[in-house]
Design a protein around this ligand. Structure first.
Ligand SMILES: *Cc1c(COP(=O)(O)O)cnc(C)c1O
Length: 456
C-alpha cells in the first residue's frame, strides 16, 4: 500500500451526472401527503414552492440525471474536492485501520451545501424566478445559497434562527457579503412568525419555525420560490457528486471502504457520500457498512419513530414519511447547529429501516474530543457537525485495533470549523455541556404527530 496522502482528480473527472438512488431501492418510497387532505400530492401542489425541474427530480425514478453545463462550470471552480488518507491520525491512534476522508470544506463557502445551492439557484433562474426565500440554522446553508444566488443573479431572503443570528455574526456577515437579506426568525413579517411571537415573545427560534416563515413567504408571492438545503430527495441527489468522486479516488488508492461514515442533520452530506457506494450494496450484494452519526441531543435515527410528519413546526409543508422526533421538537442549543433538525431525509430513513444504514448518537464533549484529536493530527479544523463523523471514524479505528483488523474507513469531512472557533474555546474552557435528549420528551413530542387518513 502506498503512503500517498492526497488523491486528486482532474477537472475533467468531475462527475457529469447525479446518481438517483430511488432507482435502486428495494421497495418504492412512500409518497409525500398533502397537509390538509392527507392525500398524495402531485407536482402541481409543489409548484408554488419549487421550480418544475426540481419537482421532477424530487419524484424521478431515473438512475442517472445529467448535470447542466452552467452548474458544471461552477462545480469545476472548486471540484473535485480532495480525498485524503489520514496517515497521521492513524499513527496517533496506533490503529491498523486505514482512514480516508473526503474534504468538502475545500469549497468557497466551506461546506458541501454549495453543491445543491448552485443546482437549485440555476433551475430557479431557468424558470424566471426573481427571488428565493430560505431558512438557516447556524448559517451554513444560508451562506451557500447566498453564494449561489449571487452567481445566478437572484435576490435572497434568509430567515435565520434568532439564537444563531445573535451568536454567529460571521455567517450573517458572509451572507451580507454575497448580497442576501438576512432577518432573525421568528419575525413579524409572516403569519407563522407573528403567531409564534404572540405565544413566546422572546422565542429564540428553531429551524422548524424558520422553515414555516420561508415557506409562507414564498407561497404567498408570485415572483418568489423556496429552497431547502437538506432532507428532500433532490438535495441528496445533488450531493452525489461527492460519493462518485470518492469512488474514483478510492480506486486510485487501490482500496475499497469497509465502512462509509457521515454525520447526519437532514442527511444530505451522508447521502451524497454514501449513495454511490450504497448502489453496490443494493444492486450487487456488496457488504459495505454505512454509519450515520448524529448528536445525542437530537437523536432522530436512534430515538425517533418512522412516521408521517410535517417538515416544519407550524404544519405548512407536505407530510413526509421519515424518522422524526415530532415537528414540535425544540432542540437544545448544541454547537453542531446544522444537526438540530427534528426529521431525517426520507431516503435515509427508509434505508435505515431496511437495515442498510446503522445509526449512532454521540454526546457533544466526546465529539469535540475527536475534533481536537483530528485537528492536532491532520491540521484541518473540522466543523462541529462533521466532527460527529470523526468521532465515529475514530471509534471504528479503535475497534479495528482491538480486533487487529485492517479495516478501511471512509468518512465525509463535510465542512471546516473556522467560524466555530468560539465553540472550541468553550470546549477548552470546560464550558461545553453534554445533553442527551430524554426518551420521555420524545414520546411527548410524538403525541402531536399528524394522523393523515390512509397513512400507516
Ligand atoms: C448543514 C451541515 C451538516 C448537516 O446537514 P446534512 O444535510 O445532514 O448534511 C453537516 N455538516 C456541515 C458542515 C453542515 O454545514
Amino acid at each position: 500500500m502506498s503512503d500517498q496522502n492526497q488523491y486528486l482528480l482532474q477537472e475533467s473527472q468531475v462527475p457529469t451526472r447525479w446518481y438517483n438512488i430511488a432507482a435502486d431501492l428495494q421497495s418504492p418510497p412512500f409518497p409525500p401527503l398533502h397537509p390538509a387532505t392527507g392525500m398524495p400530492i402531485g407536482p402541481d401542489d409543489l409548484a408554488p414552492l419549487f421550480p418544475m425541474a426540481v419537482i421532477q427530480q424530487e419524484v424521478s425514478a431515473e438512475r442517472w440525471i445529467d448535470i447542466p453545463q452552467p452548474i458544471l462550470d461552477i462545480y469545476r471552480t472548486y471540484r473535485a474536492t480532495p480525498l485524503i488518507r489520514a496517515h497521521r491520525l492513524e499513527r496517533a491512534l496506533g490503529t491498523p485501520a486505514h482512514i480516508y476522508y473526503k474534504y468538502e470544506g475545500a469549497s468557497p463557502i466551506g461546506s458541501h451545501k454549495i453543491n445543491t445551492a448552485v443546482a437549485q439557484a440555476f433551475y430557479n433562474r431557468e424558470e424566471g424566478v426573481k427571488r428565493i426565500t430560505t431558512e438557516t440554522g447556524a448559517g451554513q446553508w444560508g451562506s451557500a445559497l447566498a453564494y449561489a444566488c449571487r452567481m445566478f443573479d437572484i435576490d435572497l431572503k434568509v430567515y435565520m434562527v434568532r439564537v444563531s443570528y445573535e451568536q454567529k455574526p460571521y455567517r450573517k456577515a458572509l451572507m451580507h457579503l454575497y448580497g442576501a437579506n438576512v432577518v432573525p426568525s421568528p419575525t413579524t413579517d409572516t403569519n407563522a412568525g407573528r403567531s409564534v411571537l404572540a405565544e413566546t415573545p422572546n422565542s429564540s427560534g428553531s429551524l422548524g419555525i424558520a422553515i414555516s416563515e420561508a415557506v409562507e413567504d414564498a407561497a404567498t408571492r408570485a415572483d418568489t420560490k423556496y429552497s431547502l438545503g437538506s432532507v428532500l430527495n433532490h438535495v441528496l441527489l445533488h450531493q452525489t457528486v461527492i460519493g462518485q468522486e470518492a469512488m474514483l479516488q478510492m480506486e486510485m488508492a487501490g482500496e475499497e471502504p469497509d465502512v462509509v461514515i457521515g454525520c447526519v442533520g437532514g442527511g444530505s452530506n451522508f447521502g451524497g457520500l454514501a449513495f454511490p457506494f450504497m448502489r453496490r450494496r443494493l444492486a450487487e450484494g456488496a457488504t459495505t457498512r454505512f454509519v450515520a452519526a448524529e448528536p445525542g441531543a437530537c437523536p432522530t435515527l436512534t430515538k425517533g419513530i418512522y412516521a408521517y410528519d410535517f417538515g416544519d413546526t407550524v404544519g405548512l409543508t407536505p407530510l413526509v414519511k421519515m424518522d422524526t422526533l415530532g415537528h414540535s421538537f425544540m432542540p437544545p442549543a448544541i454547537h453542531a447547529g446544522g444537526l438540530r433538525y427534528h426529521g431525517m431525509a426520507p431516503l435515509i430513513s427508509q434505508l435505515h429501516r431496511e437495515g442498510h444504514i446503522e445509526a449512532v448518537a454521540h454526546l457533544q464533549t466526546s465529539v469535540f474530543d475527536a475534533a481536537v484529536q483530528f485537528a492536532r493530527a491532520e491540521g484541518i479544523v473540522p466543523a462541529p457537525e462533521s466532527s460527529h463523523a470523526i468521532r465515529s471514524a475514530i471509534d471504528e479505528a479503535l475497534d479495528a485495533k482491538t480486533r487487529g483488523e485492517e479495516r478501511v474507513i471512509l468518512f465525509n469531512l463535510s465542512g471546516h470549523g473556522f467560524l466555530d472557533l468560539g465553540a472550541y474555546e468553550q470546549y477548552f474552557g470546560g464550558e461545553l455541556e453534554d445533553y442527551e435528549y430524554p426518551g420521555e420528551l420524545v414520546e411527548e413530542a410524538l403525541k402531536a404527530l399528524p394522523r393523515p387518513a390512509g397513512a400507516s
